[in-house]
Ligand binder design. Sequence first.
Ligand code: DP6
Length: 371
Amino acid sequence: MRIKWQNMSVDYKNSKLVIESGILKEGRVSWKSPSNIALIKYWGKHGVQLPRNASISFTLQNAFTETIMEYNSQKNKSVNIDLEFYFEGKSNPAFAEKIKKYFLSISDIFPFVKQLHFTIRSHNSFPHSSGIASSASSMSALSLCLCSLESQIFGTLKNDEEFRKKASYISRLGSGSASRSIYEKIAIWGHFGEIETTSDLYAIPYYEKIHEIFHTYHDDIFIISQGEKAVSSSAGHALMEDNLYASPRYQQAYQRMHHLLIAMEQGDIERFGTIVENEALTLHALMMTSSPSYILMKPNTLEMINRIRQFRKESQQPVYFTLDAGPNIHLLYPDHIYDKIQPFIQNQLVPLCENGYYIPDKVGLGPLELE
Ligand code: DP6
């Protein structure tokens, strides 16, 4: 296996992005950005939001965040970052504090964040309490807004590729998985020696070489529990540092990426499904072998896994599952078997969901600028 040297020279620090006094500084930008589901998982990080291994994901369509960012000149000159945040129409000071910290952390990239007053309104297409990780959609929407704002004020980032690369880099600093939401269909984040253009600093789009069966793949999300997670993803990543299995895990992630890409290029959905299921269970095994150990799966998560495997065996239909860092099940299947598996979904999976709630989703076209 070849491990190539990677280019870590991208540096977006830019002291020129300062608004000169007197020029108009009022406006509005808005983006809709989707969530994504990792097939090879990012689990373990170091430095400034750098992944321990490369990850690949499907960008989703129906699970998204819409963010409107209004800006004008800063009123309260005594604060570093001046912003108000409304989530689902209600003022949310706790989220506002998190965004202030984030803006401060990227203020050498976007010095203008210290010059403006922001009113940010955000809402999700899925209930916040649904247990769906919203950091990928919310942080990517926010980062896309910041890049649009830069473009609007300074006339920069006119090239779509440059725009998205920077948006992905900025998203990564907010939440690693968010870096992948910037691209349609399929994205890879993290340096992977076999693909020269991959980087730990930003994600790249990666659907052109992938068999078209995966371009319309389904990912239905079955909500097993809507409760808050006992251990956050950030805490989970941190626990990987002392996990005895960390090093073999990162090697395994590399090998799985290699094999998964072959399966995806060839349209081999059985091989794809087998790798993806093993990967999901590895993620949860890493949680169980952390110190302290923890379990995010619920009894109905296991019951659903058993039913999916049983159904697959009996019906010979290629339905497979993956899991996020939580109890919910993502059911993966190709579009052409959609009708055939609806009775199984309704009769056997929906009854195991909390309040019968599930979100039919599929591979999507990526973020959309609004207005
Ligand atoms: C299991 O991106 O939420 O979903 O970078 O700390 O914000 P932070 O973590 P986050 O971790 C996602 C973990 C995962 C796997 C994945 O999406 O690759």
